[in-house]
Design a binder for this molecule. Structure first.
Ligand code: GN1
Ligand code: MG
Length: 369
């Protein structure tokens, strides 16, 4: 479980090119992969905050390529925001370089660190507290895709190859089931059967992409609502964060994945399944926000599958949680025994509810087109 000692953040911070004197650092405990901290500095009589992140290089095998992607995306976003008269210091992430001018630090212990400026006057929400935030965050993801459709230069690196290749995720699940390395399969038969019964869904988007029916685009690929910062004053989604998985993909990955949190009645790891569900009213706000930003560049092959993608990406995430449970919790951080299984169960409950409401979901999408 997640009980690592606090790293020496004063020493880490000293390697980065930020002004002032380090005061303190504390963990920001959200996220299942990287370790995130907030550090405070005193600079010219003011307190200035930064975000430090240790990149999980067992998950992101090529941290250099990952940071190259983020550098390209944030530089381009800066130009676009500036040209539109916005505030690039708040509307995109700003990488703080190391004193050697690099975008990340590799320590002598072989860990990878990066630093961003902290965005004041805005925050993220791990649970939906206000329907307006759902609309705002979804619109921010739509605008993010729209901006990145113009990103010049070469194809971005695939920071995790086949990240949303649902069929490959299904195959990895079947492999874990066959080998059952942690001896847990017999305890999760209903969940296993739930996944096995849905094998044919797993090819729909990846086959469309491979055949060229669905266009490849630059997408975010981790569109949980807590990856958009909501402005405290205006309630607008001002900045899309967590850019580790920005890479080639399908818009269906982004829209579909946003539903897992954006239309959920409970937390991703809620144990009381009676509380867990899919809320079509929230889905309506997600679809409206997303399409208000994206409707003019999407093609029918994409819009036809938006409702289905919600179910598919929720299923995919559930498959990943269940696979990790079967493998003995080797990928996602867990904070209690059975945590990945609890997460898989919430996803499957949402999938089952979406399956019953797919026509209504399609109608919601059509209305917002
Ligand atoms: C991971 O670490 P975090 O919370 O940003 C995962 C996502 C999952 C999510 C499930 C690189 O994201 O794909 O949807 O957990 N990121 C990676 O909550 O695997
Ligand atoms: Mg992430």
């Amino acid at each position: 479980m997640d009980k690592k000692p606090l790293p020496e953040l004063d020493r880490i911070c000293a390697a980065f090119d930020c002004a002032g004197t380090w005061i303190s650092s504390c963990p920001i405990p959200s996220g299942h992969i990287n370790d995130t901290y907030c550090s405070e500095f005193a600079a010219s009589g003011r307190r200035v905050k930064y975000v430090n992140q240790r990149i999980n290089h067992l998950v992101f095998r090529e941290p250099e390529q990952l940071m190259e992607n983020i550098g390209r995306v944030t530089r381009f976003a800066r130009e676009q925001i500036t040209a539109a008269g916005g505030d690039p210091d708040r509307e995109t992430l700003t990488i703080v370089p190391t004193r050697d001018g690099e975008s990340f630090l590799r320590t002598s212990e072989g860990t990878y660190w990066r630093m961003f400026r902290y965005i004041d006057g805005a925050r993220t929400y791990d649970r939906v507290e206000d329907l307006r935030h759902v609309y705002a965050a979804s619109k921010a993801f739509g605008n993010f895709q729209k901006m990145l459709a113009r990103l010049p230069g070469e194809r971005l690196h695939e920071t995790i190859p086949n990240f949303h290749h649902t069929r490959k995720r299904f195959e990895a699940f079947r492999d874990a089931l066959e080998h059952d390395p942690a001896g847990r399969a017999s305890g999760v038969r209903p969940e296993i059967d739930f996944v096995l019964a849905r094998e044919k869904d797993t090819g729909v988007v990846v086959d469309g992409l491979a055949a060229g029916r669905i266009p490849e685009r630059v997408t975010h690929n981790d569109t949980k609502l807590n990856n958009v910062m909501i402005d405290d004053r205006t309630g607008e989604g001002i900045c899309v964060i967590d850019l580790d998985t920005v890479m080639p993909g399908s818009v269906l990955y982004d829209f579909g994945d946003s539903v897992r949190l954006g239309a959920a009645t409970a937390a991703e790891d809620e144990r009381d399944l009676a509380k867990v569900g899919f809320d079509i009213g929230m889905f309506d706000r997600l679809a409206a926000g997303y399409l208000d930003a994206a409707r003019d560049f999407l093609v029918p092959a994409e819009t036809d599958l938006l409702a289905f993608s919600a179910k598919l990406l929720t299923l995919e995430c559930g498959i990943r949680f269940l696979t990790d449970h079967l493998k003995g919790d080797v990928y996602f951080k867990i904070h209690r025994p059975g945590h990945n299984l609890d997460r898989a169960r919430t996803q499957f409950k949402m999938v089952a509810e979406m399956e019953r409401q797919l026509d209504a979901m399609d109608a919601v999408v059509r209305k917002s087109l």
